[in-house]
Design a protein around this ligand. Structure first.
Ligand code: ADP
Ligand code: ZN
Length: 737
């Protein structure tokens, strides 16, 4: 270390190295304070960095420290409290701080744009109004398509970035339209978040006794406290949050609400606006970058009193935070599965502690991690055991598919029940967690199964598109009626949602059937439209995947049929039972929410499996208690802590070799507190053309595990082998097998 005359800036740069970099302030100005962005020379290039701290010392010799090229912000984008969360995230997940900063900043700021950027916008001219689009479409279809999109956007036009998303090749078509004077380019200051548009707050129902008790408990703490609000679907959890949110907003503090990827429905947003009378600042990936940035700015200045977003919203700076809420705490989408592998749910608790504000985690099906924290007394466990407003819980029954076999996924008893509910004017949801037509294409003569060339997986049949698709790498190829090996006829085996939809159409030809899965809702807005229709009763039968099970209210729904629940009974992951309990209880919770009594029918070939007795007899709490007891004996989380080192390479030997080096480095540390398992092939050993392997670290002592990882990370960065593989460290992984 050498002492420096000038302050040394510790700068986070978006590169995969676990440290900050030293720079001197720009030649022509004062030292930018922590939280400001700077442009810095990095190797031969210029990079955007964020100042984390000032120091008087550096490891570099005085003449060796380079200067920032420019200061990009006049005032810090992030305050000390915000930076503290980023630093924690980097330390806890053993992830380079520059990449953490990049993940936390909105895209435009990450790219070095100003806090109030000017955005390229395309608007239609007056001339466009009198143009014959039909005629244009015949000569230049691309131009016509673009012109329509721009015209549809109205007088303010559409941002270039948004156009790129909708019509990736739009710039080619644009030159023609510019030439004809039909559209023009304007540079406008990006819109600001508009707080004024919210209506007056409306009051909600009077809370019942359970809700009142939960609310009283929440009101018991203005400073840090973590609450698990466990309430069956429809028990009125949201009503409880709303009251506590109102308290905070009334006293001028901000509320941050995290929702699962799919949970940020217009329905929820509308409810929040209406009840709280404030405009929520929204942060999720489907928004144009400039709109998202506007919400981020409003959170930062405090203009937005309510901030609602998915996973990465946990990093949003808040001027005056008062409360954090994590809705549907159990949802796996809170964990990022690539790059910076963080859990937004866990960071919400850390952030609440750092800010000294309460955090509320709500769900009908808590994770075992949260239940364990409650048992240990770390978090307060609040219960809403009954549906609000007198709605009855659904009755669950099993259908034995050995005795009553299913044809195209539907057994006779299920078909009969669907008929009965439809006759009675009810709506029906048929759930299957597998999209496509059939999961396998098999040759009836030689037994050959269609597999992906790039993954160790079978291709899924998508009949309508006449394609075979890999659900792991996205690879698609045309569906052939004949076997590639022997030339005989091939046939689809098993069911996906498409096949189920067709089977239902044949059985119930007069009924309106809507399928909702990631295939049917690929387009922006399609999901919302389909759900709106479903809610308004425009569909008699809904067929879909997990997407249907999350937080949607279907007032008329009276029957839920679960077509194939058995995959989870024999899962290899230690979380199988927990996951299966969550997914069944969540989807079952859609039934009978209003006045109608609901019914849930589950098809299984193993009705004698003890899982069912527990689920039907004592519900999710029973499943969770059983699974927790088992985890304690088998020493899986939450009774131990895990970290997974993954590697992937084009050569299988490289993927393994890298992890072998990692294992050797860990050898000295193994003992009572640390176990190292592997390296072994990943459960899907080849994906998208890369071989994958993994090394599991398990410890009963969290600090010991982190101590080891702290040494391991930089050592692996230095390993010459690291260049041959893609590797990552996943702390508290949720997908192991
Ligand atoms: P959850 O978030 O637990 O799924 P919600 O808060 O969305 O439950 O409530 C479910 C339904 O019950 C909503 O229509 C809500 O308006 C209604 N509700 C909630 N609390 C009450 C109450 N105390 N009295 C009457 N209706 C209620
Ligand atoms: Zn594939």
């Amino acid at each position: 270390m050498t002492r420096q005359k000038q302050p040394v800036l510790k700068v986070a740069v978006n590169v995969p190295l676990s440290r900050a970099f030293d720079y001197l302030p720009p030649a022509d100005g004062p030292a930018p304070p922590p939280g400001c962005r700077v442009r810095v020379p990095f190797g031969p290039r210029q990079q955007i960095g964020l100042v984390l701290a000032h120091s008087t010392a550096s490891d570099l010799a005085p003449g060796k420290i380079r200067r920032c090229t420019a200061s990009l912000d006049e005032t810090p984008l992030l305050r000390e409290a915000d930076l503290r969360l980023l630093q924690f995230t980097s330390d806890y997940y053993h992830h380079p701080v520059g990449e953490v900063v990049a993940a936390a900043l909105p895209a435009l700021l990450r790219q070095g744009k100003p806090l109030h950027p000017v955005v390229e916008t395309i608007v239609a001219t007056d001339l466009a109004g009198s143009t014959d689009v039909g005629a244009l479409a015949k000569r230049a279809p691309r131009q016509a398509e673009l012109l329509e999109t721009v015209t549809d956007a109205g007088g303010n036009g559409i941002e270039a970035d948004q156009l790129t998303e909708l019509l990736p090749q739009w710039r080619r078509a644009a030159s023609g339209l510019f030439g004809k004077g039909l559209i023009e380019r304007v540079e406008v200051r990006a819109p600001d978040f508009d707080e004024a548009v919210a209506p007056d707050a409306q009051s909600g129902p009077t809370l019942n006794q359970d809700q009142q008790e939960a609310l009283t408990a929440l009101r018991g703490s203005d400073g840090f406290a973590a609450f698990l609000l466990e309430g069956v679907t429809g028990s009125g959890k949201t009503e409880v949050y709303l009251q506590r949110m109102q308290d905070m907003i009334d006293t001028g503090r901000q509320v941050l609400v995290l929702v699962p990827e799919i949970g940020l429905t217009p329905q929820l947003v509308a409810r929040l606006r209406k009840r709280l009378g404030v405009e929520p600042a929204l942060l999720h990936s489907a928004l144009p970058d400039s709109v998202r940035l506007a919400a981020w700015r409003a959170a930062r200045t405090g203009a937005a009193r309510l901030v609602v977003g998915t996973r990465s919203a946990i990093f949003t700076p808040l001027a005056n935070p008062g409360l954090i809420i994590v809705d549907e705490e159990h949802d796996p989408s809170f964990k990022q599965q690539e790059g910076l592998r963080y859990s937004a749910r866990d960071l919400a608790i850390v952030r609440a502690k750092q800010l000294d504000v309460p955090v509320v985690l709500g769900t009908a099906t808590p994770t075992l991690e949260m239940l364990h924290h409650c048992e240990k007394g770390n978090y307060a466990h609040l219960h809403l055991p009954q549906r609000a407003g007198g709605a009855q819980p659904p009755a669950i029954r099993l259908i034995d598919t050995v005795r009553a076999p299913a044809t195209d996924g539907i057994s006779e008893p299920l078909a009969a029940a669907i008929g009965t509910h439809l006759e009675a004017g009810g709506q029906v949801l048929v759930f299957l967690n597998r999209r496509g037509f059939a999961p396998t294409l098999i040759c009836s003569s030689c037994g050959h199964v269609a597999e992906c060339d790039r993954c160790d997986s079978r291709l899924t049949v998508h009949a309508r598109q006449r394609q075979l698709r890999c659900h792991h790498c996205g690879h698609a190829r045309p569906l052939d009626d004949h076997c590639g090996e022997c030339g005989e006829v091939v046939k689809p085996l098993g069911e996906g949602t498409q096949r189920l939809e067709e089977a239902l159409r044949q059985r119930f030809p007069d009924r309106r059937i809507t399928r909702i899965d990631s295939d049917s809702t690929r387009l922006r807005g399609a999901m919302t439209d389909a759900l709106d229709e479903a809610r308004e009763g425009a569909a008699d039968i809904l067929v879909g995947t997990q997407m249907l099970s999350k937080g949607h209210h279907f007032p008329g729904l009276s029957l839920v049929g679960i077509v194939n629940a058995d995959q989870g009974l024999f899962g290899t992951d230690f979380r199988s039972a927990e996951r299966m309990g969550q997914s069944i209880v969540q989807v079952a919770g859609r039934a009978g929410r209003a006045e109608r009594a609901g019914e849930v029918l589950i098809q299984t070939a193993f009705p004698g499996n003890p899982f069912w007795a527990t689920l039907i007899g004592s519900g999710y709490p029973g499943v969770a208690a059983g699974a927790l007891a088992e985890r304690e004996i088998t020493r899986w989380p939450p009774f131990t802590r895990l970290a997974l080192v993954r590697s992937a390479a084009h050569r299988q030997a490289d993927a393994r070799e890298f992890l072998e080096h990692a294992r050797q480095r860990l050898e000295g540390h193994c003992g009572d507190t640390l176990r190292v398992l592997g390296p072994v092939d990943a459960p899907m050993a080849r994906k998208a053309g890369r071989y994958r392997a993994q090394l599991l670290l398990q410890s009963s002592d969290r600090n010991a595990l982190h101590g080891v990882l702290r040494e391991l990370r930089p050592a692996l960065e230095q390993d010459p082998f690291a260049r041959k593989v893609r590797w990552s460290i996943d702390v508290d992984p949720i997908e192991l097998f």
